[in-house]
Design a protein around this ligand. Structure first.
Ligand code: ADP
Ligand code: MG
Length: 319
């Protein structure tokens, strides 16, 4: 099967006949209709074999994950995801592998009505890049804009994906209990908080998605907003699976500095917190106050006694 047959068989079905796709897969470029009065939000993320995912990842999980990490970036902007492109570098054209990969990609995109509108397919070491495009009908929610007095809220729970990394080897997989299965699902099938981002965009001053680790990502937000952030370690939301799986200290460390959670951290004025909670409750997403914004710079993490806690440098750095 050559590259064109692969594209037609595996990827063309992920296009949709949505009216905002003027031209999808098959021509030299895709043509998209941005409705009047909207702006375009664009995010791109690359996943490299052995760096961003284990070499033995299931192709369906890889397809899901590369879309989900980009959906999460759009969620943090309050954008409505619409279109994706895919750059795929493969060591070999194995139709079964590509088909399963495409299935995972579809699992992530279809619930959001995202159409795959183009891409590029090349031979080389396994590497996947997805670009996600979405619409904004109002000002974007950005990392800048947090103000002293804001409450820091975080969606869902933190630390599961980091704990899952401890459970990847075959020995653990072989005796996986329900908790391990739940933790692994958080790593391999992260749920981008798209609806929450859109619902909270009118209420929040600033937001970021938690990809590098909570403290590292709040550091980016604090810098962009030119504020300081205090995080209360004992307030961090932990899943029941994580609490059962490891000691509390370990769970809190994973929640504070582990990456790959793809939750949203938002700075919301105190007066809007009740509305934010109500909006999250309508979506069935937990939303927890974990700290506050003050004047100054940097991120501090305090334990229940008010003592400052430091964790090994959070956040993955490529260079
Ligand atoms: P060109 O040589 O003009 O760049 P390609 O042969 O790279 O064209 O691609 C042919 C068509 O297939 C284009 O519309 C392109 O967007 C699409 N395409 C290629 N690879 C992928 C992919 N992995 N996923 C989705 N669409 C793809
Ligand atoms: Mg090309």
């Amino acid at each position: 099967m050559d590259e064109f047959e692969l594209i037609t068989r595996c990827f063309a079905p992920l296009g949709t006949d949505a009216r905002d796709v003027v031209l999808g897969i098959g021509d030299d470029a895709a043509v998209l209709a941005v409705p009047p009065g909207h702006t375009l939000a664009v995010a791109v993320d690359t996943l490299v074999n052995g760096v961003h995912f284990p070499a033995d990842i299931a192709p369906a999980d890889l397809g899901y994950r590369v879309a989900a990490v980009n959906l999460s970036d759009l969620a943090a902007m309050g954008a409505e995801p619409r279109w994706a492109t895919l750059a795929l570098t493969l060591p070999a054209a194995e139709p079964a592998w590509v088909e399963t990969f495409a299935g995972g990609l579809a699992d992530a995109c279809a619930p959001h009505g995202v159409a795959l509108v183009g891409g590029d397919t090349t031979r080389g070491p396994l590497c996947v890049t997805v670009q996600l495009m979405g619409l904004l009908e109002r000002a974007p929610l950005t990392r800048a804009g947090a103000q002293a007095g804001d409450v820091v809220l975080v969606s869902g729970s933190l630390g599961d994906a980091r704990a899952a990394l401890d459970c990847l080897d075959a020995a653990v997989t072989g005796r996986a209990n329900d908790d391990v299965t739940a933790l692994r699902a958080r790593y391999f099938r992260p749920a981008a908080r798209v609806a929450l981002g859109r619902a909270l965009a009118p209420l929040a001053h600033a937001a970021i998605d938690v990809s590098d680790g909570l403290l590292a990502d709040l550091g980016h937000l604090a810098q962009a907003s030119n504020v300081a952030i205090t995080v209360r370690l004992d307030q961090l939301p932990l899943s029941a699976a994580l609490v059962r799986h490891c000691a509390r200290e370990q769970a809190l460390e994973y929640a504070a500095s582990g990456g790959d959670d793809y939750e949203l951290a938002l700075c919301v004025p105190r007066s809007a917190c009740a509305a934010a909670r109500a909006a999250a409750a309508r979506l069935g997403v937990p939303l927890t106050a974990i700290g506050e914004v003050t004047a100054g710079r940097g991120v501090r993490c305090l334990d229940a006694d008010g003592a400052e806690r430091r964790f090994a440098a959070g956040g993955y750095r490529h260079f």
